[in-house]
Design a protein around this ligand. Structure first.
Ligand code: PMM
Length: 297
């Protein structure tokens, strides 16, 4: 079934080709399994598949460059060859560069260029869209860097500097996408606050993507302390945040479970469409009569 063009945020489906990511580690290490899973994500409505070869969960050790290339590049090449829009989730300029050669359309750098001084030049030369996420350090140390007086103001300022570095290196401003980096050197309260104040980041004028999927703050909400939902039981909570983010007008959401988020985005778009009709001056405020519309309860 072909879906109609999206009047909603794009859906970036997560494909971690790692043994140790927090919710899907080890599941897609075999390239054939990874490619099959990516096709499923696209069939379910993913617009972009984000291929990552390094876990960024708190405390994770870094993978070496050769291993990251081995994990990601064959998968990126196979997906691009199959006509799937691919993003490469990497902090390494060499991986980004090879992935773009293999057909990746987006560079997704969770460090916003801080982990590798060559990333801005590589992104400029590639001419692709580049996602710059708010980040304060590698996984081993990031939880020691959770210190903010004004988390929204500091995230906005730090991402403004990151975007400026990429623009100075030759990236077109419209190629830059910003991400508040939920769960990266943030407490659960910081994550909620950043979602609630997202319009401050959107006001910079760049497209915004947000990754809430299966993160710890969704596991804890509504649960007694010390009894969070496990990561794979956080997809309903993730979908609810996707609908809320759609209402704010984000460009994209990054999720593991594409089906539930696509459903949530379709429902939130239906509400916005009904709101637009209700507010249209020539319309009398009621629903439009369309003889072909489905009639059911
Ligand atoms: N989160 C993770 C990995 N990559 N990329 C972007 N742009 N935004 C995110 O929030 C983000 C990311 C961590 O989640 P995972 O280990 O399940 O992929």
């Amino acid at each position: 079934m072909t879906r109609p063009p999206a009047a909603r945020p794009l859906v970036m489906g997560v494909l971690n080709v790692t043994p140790d990511s927090f919710s899907d580690g080890g599941q897609w290490l075999d390239p054939d399994d990874a490619i099959t899973h990516a096709r499923t994500l696209v069939d379910l409505g993913a617009d972009i598949v984000d291929v990552g070869g390094e876990s960024t969960r708190p405390g994770a050790e870094r993978v070496d460059l050769a291993e990251e290339l081995d994990r990601t590049i064959p998968v990126v090449a196979a997906l691009a060859e199959a006509g799937i829009t691919v993003s490469i989730d990497t902090m390494r300029a060499a991986v980004a560069s090879r992935a773009v050669e293999a057909g990746a359309a987006y560079i997704n750098d969770v460090s916003g260029g801080l982990a590798d001084p060559d990333m801005a030049a590589v992104a400029a030369a590639a001419g692709t869209d580049v996602i710059l996420m708010h980040w304060r350090g590698h996984s081993r140390t990031m939880q020691e860097r959770i210190s903010y007086r004004d988390v929204t103001g500091e995230v906005v300022d730090e991402l403004t500097q990151r975007a400026a570095e990429f623009i100075n290196a030759g990236c077109a401003p419209e190629r830059i996408v910003l991400d508040p980096g939920l769960g990266f050197a943030k407490t659960f309260a910081h994550n909620w606050h950043l979602i609630a104040t997202l319009p401050a980041l959107m006001a910079l004028g760049h497209r915004v993507i947000v990754g809430t999927s299966r993160k710890g703050f969704l596991g804890a909400v509504g649960r007694p302390e010390g009894h969070p939902r496990p990561p794979t039981e956080r997809d309903v909570a993730t979908a609810v945040t996707s609908a809320y983010l759609a209402d704010l007008g984000v460009w994209a959401v990054r999720v593991h479970d594409v089906r539930s988020t696509v459903d949530a985005l379709d429902v939130s778009e239906a509400v916005r469409e009904a709101r637009r009709r209700a507010e249209a001056p020539d319309h009398g405020g009621g629903p439009q009569r369309d003889p072909k519309a489905w009639v059911d309860r």
